[in-house]
Design a protein around this ligand. Structure first.
Ligand SMILES: [Zn+2]
Length: 166
């Protein structure tokens, strides 16, 4: 009989404030920000002492990634719509007659094509899976939700290889 075991952590300190503008069918949103809220669900088999994984550790790993986005402009480095130029001190982003110049210290440049909640969730899940790969849990699936505002979230689920050492 197949069973699913899952732990989840969300909200409280698992949030970040960031600015962005997404593109949408070739149009570009105005610059704005969100108080993003993160949800994480981790599925797996139990360890010998009956954990899927420790909540505190999962929260800390999540917060470490969240902190890299907090109070930043999220730049979709692989945009097919925006024209992006990197200089030593700034990112210059243009779209038609609009041009933004951001100091690099205010920007987190992600290898995504658009700064949608869906893509941020995908990037976040990959980072978190990478952090979890050093842990000895028997993880099978990781889901990350990125809520832009209450009731409005993008989700991504990643299949994970169970750790061969356990
Ligand atoms: Zn937005």
């Amino acid at each position: 009989m197949a069973v699913t075991r899952r732990v989840s952590v969300e909200k409280n300190r698992l949030r970040f404030a960031a600015a962005h503008f997404a593109t949408f069918f070739g149009e570009c949103e105005p610059l704005h920000g969100h108080n993003y809220v993160i949800s994480v669900e981790l599925e797996g088999d139990l360890t010998e002492d009956s954990w899927v994984w420790d909540f505190g550790d999962l929260k800390q790993l999540t917060k470490n990634i969240s902190d890299t986005l907090d109070h930043k402009f999220i730049l979709q480095l692989e945009s097919r719509i925006l024209k992006i130029n990197e200089s030593t001190t700034s990112w210059e982003i243009s779209y038609l007659d609009k041009q933004y110049i951001f100091p690099k210290s205010d920007v987190v440049a992600l290898p995504i094509d658009n700064s949608t909640a869906e893509r941020i969730a995908e990037w976040f899940a990959e980072q978190l899976a990478d952090s979890l790969s050093s842990r000895k849990g028997k993880f099978t699936k990781l889901t990350v939700g990125i809520e832009e505002m209450p009731g409005q979230a993008g989700w991504y689920t990643l299949d994970m290889q169970p750790s061969p050492t356990t």
